[in-house]
Design a protein around this ligand. Sequence first.
Ligand code: FES
Length: 80
Amino acid sequence: MAHIIKICMGSSCFARGNAKNLQIIQNFIEQNNLDAEIELTGLRCCDNCSIGPNISIDGEEFHNLDQGSVLDILENKFNK
Ligand code: FES
């Protein structure tokens, strides 16, 4: 895998947006045929709830994500 996306599935992040964000990431991967390039992993709470919902892409962290910002980040990172 060339890239790793980690998404916090802890209850705070999950309830505050990562449930939807997960679907958006999965759809993005599928629609752009990136299955072979991106590994998507769920994480437990990483003690950053106050700045969540949180994800990381190749070690770079992103916070306070909503559905629009997740899509922007993915499009930017993967040039889609
Ligand atoms: S639930 Fe995501 S950092 Fe705590």
